[in-house]
Design a protein around this ligand. Structure first.
Ligand SMILES: *[C@@H]1O[C@H](CO)[C@@H](O)[C@H](O)[C@H]1NC(C)=O
Ligand SMILES: *[C@@H]1O[C@H](CO)[C@@H](O)[C@H](O)[C@H]1NC(C)=O
Ligand SMILES: *[C@@H]1O[C@H](CO)[C@@H](O)[C@H](O)[C@H]1NC(C)=O
Length: 423
């Protein structure tokens, strides 16, 4: 299993130098490789029943809801059964963003910009798993994995495209609408219970579209949204540069995403600030659950310590393995954790909101069996619940579930990822 990880990582680091937006593509590959790694340890997960075929969104043609390269968007669907027949869990795939013509053109030649490159079969695990042992509350629900191919969290608008003769389609919002129409026609329109979820850029998309999702469903349905590793912070990097803000500014400008953001926000401040979750959630009416590690490795590598902020490589080991950080670097990471808790403090006051903020060095945690629900999954402060159980408790109002972990390295249940091991 080491080989694909090494290849993925080397590939990813090379690209990160050219344009860190593209790093996200590599990240997806790493995540995929890790999923395989975890799965190979657990023979129970390797059943072919869990491989779900890709469906092209044919209706997208009528509205021009195309991926970056003009191909049709796509999704994977598995029908629910038994008590889950009228319930729906949707998961929006992640994979960063593209912020320039060049990086969107590069993305066009990957599965994150074109369905021509997407795998025909994907494994449904974690929150999409069909096994009660892995996914106690949602295993028999209808399940949809929405593939990400627009580069702007399903918030792009066509008015911004065809710049300088480059053929790129910015149709994220239209893709979201076409996907909704399709899934509603598959039975979502009669849902009794529904959960919209997503990881990383898909977690951001979940926050952006949560209320719209709610508004499409019956009034008496229970509808909630779960953002996994999607709480990207508007924080300066270690040199004090606003790297992430500048990056989001470019994404929002390039793809015209302001039109998908709440008017209460874009009317009051610079639209790119409204692309940050801490602003988005202020206007979300639907109950939310936030799963986010306090030391999100994607955020550490791209927001806190982007390549350009560390020309001498003082952070090169620490940003790949939290156990290699020295005491002053840990102090900087604790500052980043404090900023996350501060950004979440308003949400924490809201009764209907759930949280699982663990002190692990990881990114998405709801799609991998290992982190979602298994004997070795992360837990917080000696409480018994896995992420799956905390989300279930919140979804079904079994108990209020807002858990915030003590600072690193207090939590022995963390699976802290180590990207230096294989180098
Ligand atoms: C289009 O080209 C002009 C002139 O070369 C340049 O100034 C501008 O930034 C380009 N626009 C985009 C979106 O790349
Ligand atoms: C980051 O900040 C430093 C010092 O404030 C500045 O010299 C540098 O140009 C900035 N780098 C970038 C990539 O913005
Ligand atoms: C930690 O590493 C950084 C970068 O190499 C260095 O500047 C700093 O002095 C170190 N701090 C400690 C306490 O060793």
């Amino acid at each position: 299993m080491a080989n694909p990880r090494i290849r993925a990582l080397t590939w990813w680091r090379k690209w990160a130098k050219r344009d860190w937006a593209i790093a996200a593509v590599g990240f997806t590959i790493i995540l995929f490789a890790l999923t395989l790694l975890f799965d190979s340890r657990n023979p129970d997960l390797n059943s072919t029943d869990d491989l779900i075929p890709l469906t092209l969104l044919r209706r997208a043609k009528a509205t021009g809801a195309f991926c970056l390269d003009g191909s049709l968007p796509a999704y994977h669907f598995q029908k629910g059964f038994g008590s889950g027949s009228n319930n729906w869990v949707l998961h929006i795939e992640g994979g960063g963003w593209c912020n320039s013509i060049e990086s969107c053109n590069d993305r066009k030649r990957t599965a994150l910009g074109s369905s021509n490159y997407m795998d025909q079969l994907v494994e449904f695990s974690g929150i999409l798993s069909g096994h009660p042992s892995q996914n106690p509350d949602f295993y028999n629900w209808n399940k949809v994995k929405i593939r990400y191919c627009d580069g702007a969290s399903f918030a792009g608008h066509p008015e911004s495209q065809f710049k300088n003769g480059t053929k790129l389609f910015f149709r994220g919002q239209l893709i979201w609408e076409a996907i909704m129409d399709e899934v509603l026609s598959l039975g979502l329109s009669n849902a009794k219970e529904a959960l919209l979820s997503g990881c990383s850029a898909g977690g951001l998309a979940t926050l952006i579209h949560c209320d719209d999702f709610r508004d499409h469903l019956p009034k008496d349905a229970t509808v909630k949204c779960l953002a996994d590793a999607g709480f990207f912070l508007d924080e300066p990097d270690i040199l004090g540069n606003r790297t992430m803000r500048a990056f989001y500014h470019d994404v929002v400008q390039l793809q015209g995403t302001a039109k998908s953001l709440h008017k209460n926000c874009v009317g009051r401040m610079e639209p790119s600030k409204c692309f940050f979750p801490q602003e988005i959630v202020k206007n979300v009416r639907t109950p939310l659950f936030i799963v986010n590690p306090a030391y999100d490795f994607w955020q550490i590598q791209h927001i806190l310590v982007p390549d350009a902020s560390d020309p001498h490589g003082y952070w090169s080991r620490c940003r790949l393995n939290i156990q290699k950080c020295n005491s002053s670097q840990i102090e900087t990471l604790q500052g980043f954790r404090n900023s996350l808790l501060k950004a979440l403090s308003e949400l924490q006051q809201r009764k209907e909101v759930g949280m699982f903020i663990n002190s692990c060095f990881i990114h998405c945690q709801t799609l991998m069996a290992e982190t979602w629900h298994s004997p070795n999954s992360p837990r917080i402060n000696d409480k018994e619940q896995t992420i799956a159980e905390s989300v279930g408790d919140w979804y079904f109002n079994r108990k209020v579930s807002k858990q915030i972990d003590c600072p690193y390295p207090c939590n022995p249940t963390c699976y802290n990822m180590d990207f230096t091991r294989s180098l």
